[in-house]
Design a protein around this ligand. Structure first.
Ligand code: F6P
Length: 363
């Protein structure tokens, strides 16, 4: 059978374990040898016990766990050619020619570059006698299938990334908790949520928690946001509301592209309205805890589809990313999606908000 390895890379997210489990079990079911690579690209470079064959029971009892049981890391060594040579050798020695990468756009781009360079790496390894001609011929092409694991939902081409739904559950629980104490003391709370340059978590959290105001990177507020915000808060209080909730995305910016921080917002509220105001920064709580049912199902479906894509691939197949389109798992060209995701980041940096939203499309 084919050799497949699965690894998780970059920031973790809930549901990654469900994906790992599905890759292992679907792979074994289809007669492949499936390997875990621990600690992301670092484990691929270091080899040894970091690359271990998985069996059916090594993924029992993990579907409900947050994080990733095989570890994740950001890896400097893989950026160097020497590191990639070691990684290639470790894979070839085990007959691994298929990779399932679970991570964000950086991790997926790394995999694509590795694939492009694969032939050259193998030739070099042969020249230095680190692999045999037979090994090189057996492992001529490297196939890649990507899964997007990220709480940010910032990847173009998929409706949801693995982890976003669970992170939203964490956020909503936290806002609900805050609301009860805010009510007692008639306070205003500013809650900062993650998402990097993507406002999805903030926007959906605001919608589903009845927040009064939200700040996101893709739609900077008008120049006079301070007075607009105060008007809105006052108006809510004037009709009997005892509290206000403001959600701010960690990447929120104003129309000049400068950050809008929770502290800045607090100052505006206190200076103008004299409201008793507190800040809650949710931080990594959002990335922790058990995956929701949605993320478990998403991880399972994406993982299984990735293995099927690899099984059907030949040397002319381009790397794919498994995406959710409506309720369908689909295969899209990996690098086109990465390119578009990068174009969104560029449009935001260029203050072309409409273009960014348009490019982001369905995600
Ligand atoms: O990409 C996921 C994410 O949680 C972002 O929302 C956040 O900006 C970042 O990772 C935090 O990174 P770290 O875990 O390295 O602090």
């Amino acid at each position: 059978g084919k050799g497949i390895a699965v690894f998780t890379s970059g920031g973790d997210s809930q549901g990654m374990n469900a994906a790992v489990r599905a890759v292992v079990r679907m792979g074994i079911y289809l007669g492949c040898k499936v390997y875990f690579i621990r600690e992301g690209y670092q484990g691929m470079v270091d080899g040894g016990e970091n690359i271990m064959e998985a069996n059916w029971s090594s993924v029992s009892c993990i579907i409900h766990k947050g994080g990733t049981i095989i570890g994740s890391a950001r890896c400097k060594d893989f950026r160097e050619k020497a590191g990639r040579l070691k990684a290639a050798k470790n894979l070839v020695q085990r007959g691994i020619t298929n990779l399932v990468v679970i991570g964000g756009d950086g991790s997926l781009t790394g995999a694509d570059l590795f694939r492009q360079e694969w032939g050259t790496l193998l030739d070099e390894l042969l020249k230095t006698n680190e692999i045999t001609a037979e090994q090189r011929d057996k492992c001529k092409t490297l196939q890649i299938a990507g899964l997007v694991g990220s709480i940010d939902n910032d990847f173009c081409g998929t409706d949801m990334t693995i982890g976003t739904d669970s992170a939203l559950h964490r956020i909503i629980e936290a806002v609900d908790c805050i609301v009860s104490t805010a009510y007692s003391h008639q306070r205003t709370f500013i809650m900062e949520v993650m998402g990097r340059h993507c406002g999805y978590l903030a926007l959906v959290a605001a919608l589903t928690s009845e927040a009064d105001y939200v700040f996101i990177p893709e739609s900077p507020p008008p120049e006079d946001w301070q007075s607009k915000l105060c008007e809105k808060l006052e108006q809510e209080r004037s009709v009997g509301q005892r509290l206000n909730i403001i959600i701010v995305s960690e990447g929120a910016i104003d129309r000049n592209g400068d950050p809008i921080t929770a502290e800045q917002i607090r100052k505006v509220v206190v200076d103008n309205l004299n409201q008793d105001t507190r800040i809650t920064v949710l931080g990594h709580v959002q990335r922790g805890g058990n995956p929701s049912a949605f993320d478990r199902v998403l991880g399972c479906r994406m993982g299984a589809e990735a293995v099927m894509a690899l099984m059907e691939a030949n040397e002319n197949t381009e790397p794919c990313v498994i995406s959710l389109d409506g309720n369908q798992a689909v295969r899209l060209p990996l690098m086109e999606c990465v390119k578009q995701t990068k174009a969104v980041a560029q449009a935001l940096a260029d203050k072309q908000w409409d273009k960014a939203v348009q490019l982001r499309g369905k995600s």
